[in-house]
Design a protein around this ligand. Sequence first.
Ligand code: DX5
Ligand code: ZN
Length: 220
Amino acid sequence: MGIQITPSILNADFAKLGAEVARIGSADWVHVDVMDNHFVPNLTFGPTMVEALSRAASIPLDVHLMIEEPDANALAYVEAGAASVTFHVEAAAAPVRLARELRSHGARASMALKPATPIEPYEDLLPELDMLLVMTVEPGFGGQKFLDLCLPKIRRARELMRKHGVETWLQVDGGVSLETIERCAEAGADVFVAGSAVYSADDPDRMVAELRARAEAASS
Ligand code: DX5
Ligand code: ZN
């Protein structure tokens, strides 16, 4: 599939989200951070908002659920129009069942790891997943500093994918910018979430192109 850039609207202007999404026309996905004020200390969108966004956006929605009880709540986001749904393994009661449910309802199934959660206990789950998200900040807020301590996990995750012969996408999220994206790409990431880097730029779509060029150069 190659390099994909997925701007997060967490740092966009919430009062005009439709217009904000239109500013990143060359992105592959729009990353939508759903936070419930329990799994993380912040509160953002629910399914109704996601549904409205999916009608407004011309690119597919990549929904990142930072919520408790994703087993009971994730499907509502597929029904709201999400093409990819990521749940946190730390919150899921039955990650295999949940991934299968997401896929059977037509969405891509993705699982996220917080910085302190290792990949090794979950390597056998990789064939059940379309994407693995390795968080490179503690989830909850945009604009945090990239955690270099997550790089070895990205590398190990890529090795495990090769070992299992799966085509799982490897996403990084948190502090990804022109300064840090090369490190992530060299370590094996191929899907890049960038929030503040994109939406604090004068021309967000140009930043998407610059991030893409840098990741492509570093991964080739
Ligand atoms: C953090 C979110 C991220 C966030 C990234 O919990 O999951 O998607 O928006 O924002 P930046 O790129 O500013 O770290
Ligand atoms: Zn996110």
